[in-house]
Design a protein around this ligand. Structure first.
Ligand SMILES: Cc1cc2nc3c(=O)[nH]c(=O)nc-3n(C[C@H](O)[C@H](O)[C@H](O)COP(=O)(O)OP(=O)(O)OC[C@H]3O[C@@H](n4cnc5c(N)ncnc54)[C@H](O)[C@@H]3O)c2cc1C
Length: 432
């Protein structure tokens, strides 16, 4: 039988995992949180120099806010736009140091395996009553086993970037030249300046990460005149990347598109729309050649020094092999979210409110929340994750009524268009 005094285990100390912990504190429920990085908010620190497009008002979880205020810790101004590192330094860190949180947060602790005690995946009888077991790698060598009565996977996707290849498969060549590929958003104006200045740099991708990278590179080009910027994207229509611009309810998100449009208009970036990469190969003098096709024609882009891969990320299910979990076959998101967030159907970045019911997994008391719940879909927002955490924790702690009452008002992107799915009888759009 599950021992009800066992804690709820949270995997991942990003903003959504930490929000789940704050919700558990609010409900007087024991928790234990494992974070693989050496501090919480590891992924936000990876792009600590990037300014978020949503102001603090949308970036702080309600239960976390209550806890901070209880300890007289003042909150940042609601309308200020934080940097990635501010999310950690001004919010997650002070929160995680509070006496209700600190003893239960384990950093340098990577979860390697989650299972059910005494049960492999196949065995059913008595399964729901068995505690979860969690195998954790602590530091470099030590391994520890913990037990829990529920498990919340909030591990995000950032650490598993998609490869450059259009088919989504990593090729041997991509591995071979990986020293010249940066997966993520480099700090090209400061920390990583020497790597990119006066180089031919190709940026691959068309989401917010790519826009941030391109804007910074354009700044670098102003400072160092021999920097050349090449932009490779699969989208045919570049204007789709600009988003809602002035119509976006988050002005900073809209301005990203407008700033990119201005830079393109000035000819500072050479763009290759409709380009699908087939391979990357090393060339003479340490350069790279990018081979692909554009509008059915073969296309080779030569003489590249560095590639910045902003092609999105995908969830890691490796450590969940013995857990009964399901995911959408295309997006790898939680199945019930697929129709709400499918980028083939929705152009908008907002999504209908959802909670425990939509996030429920075949394994009782196991949930995937946060950006991982969106799988490969790119439009996740913190406010969505906080409401997921609130609803799931309400359900786990027996407050079914509160779990069902999902409330979420997200700022519209200003570009909501719905492409109907041929076979779907009805698809709800976030802008309905
Ligand atoms: C550049 C960028 C800008 C963004 N800007 C905004 C914005 O302005 N507004 C907004 O609302 N959203 C924004 N987002 C989207 C979203 O808020 C972030 O992706 C956010 O980090 C998601 O939080 P999370 O807690 O789900 O995942 P993450 O922050 O990715 O946290 C996951 C954590 O799990 C840990 N982990 C992973 N595997 C394991 C394991 N096996 N064991 C233990 N720990 C593990 C990681 O180290 C990490 O700390 C942005 C995203 C990006 C990439």
């Amino acid at each position: 039988m599950i021992n009800s005094t066992l804690p709820v285990a949270i995997i991942g100390g990003g903003p959504v995992g930490i929000a789940a912990a704050a919700q558990l504190v609010k409900r007087n429920e024991a928790f234990i949180l494992f974070e693989s990085g050496k501090e919480i908010g590891t992924n936000f620190l990876d792009y600590g120099h990037v300014r978020l497009f949503s102001p603090w008002e949308y970036n702080i979880d309600d239960a976390a806010k209550e806890l901070l205020l209880k300890h007289h810790i003042s909150l940042p101004p609601k309308d200020e736009l934080p940097l990635g590192e501010d999310i950690v330094c001004k919010y997650l860190k002070p929160l995680s140091q509070l006496p209700e949180m600190k003893p239960y947060i384990h950093v340098n602790s990577r979860v390697l395996h989650v299972g059910k005690k005494g049960f492999d995946k196949v065995k059913t009888k008595g399964r729901d009553q068995a505690p979860f077991i969690i195998r954790v790698k602590v530091g470099n060598n030590e391994e520890k086993i913990y037990e829990a009565k529920a498990v919340i996977d909030a591990t995000g996707t950032w650490q598993n970037p998609n490869p450059l290849n259009a088919e989504g498969l990593i090729t041997n060549n991509e591995i071979r030249v990986s020293d010249q590929i940066y997966y993520g958003i480099p700090d090209v104006l400061n920390r990583d300046k020497d790597r990119f200045k006066n180089k031919n740099v190709a940026v691959v991708g068309s989401g917010h990460s790519a826009i941030n990278t391109l804007l910074d590179l354009a700044q670098l080009k102003k400072q160092t005149e021999n920097t050349e910027i090449i932009w490779i994207l699969r989208k045919q229509d570049i204007t789709e990347v600009f988003g809602g611009e002035g119509n976006d309810q988050l002005p900073a998100r809209g301005q990203l598109g407008t700033r990119l449009r201005n830079i393109l208009d000035k000819g500072e970036i050479k763009a290759y729309p409709s380009m699908f990469i087939e391979s990357i190969s090393p060339a003479f003098g340490g350069k790279l050649n990018i081979l692909g096709h554009q509008q059915q024609e073969h296309k080779m882009i030569n003489n590249i020094d560095e590639i910045i891969a902003n092609t999105g990320a995908r969830p890691d299910f490796q450590f969940l092999k013995e857990i009964r979990h399901s995911f959408d076959s295309a997006l790898e998101c939680v199945p019930d979210l697929a129709d709400l967030i499918d980028p083939n159907i929705h152009s908008c970045g907002t999504v209908r409110p959802h909670g425990e019911k939509e996030l429920r997994q075949p394994e009782k008391n196991f949930y995937i929340i946060g950006s991982k719940s969106y799988g490969r879909a790119p439009t996740f927002l913190l406010a969505t994750g906080y409401e997921q955490a609130r609803s799931v924790i309400a359900y786990i702690t027996g407050d079914r009524e509160s779990a069902q009452q999902v409330k979420l008002k997200l700022p519209e992107t200003g570009v909501c268009k719905l492409t109907p799915k041929p076979s779907a009888a009805k698809t709800s759009c976030c802008c309905d």
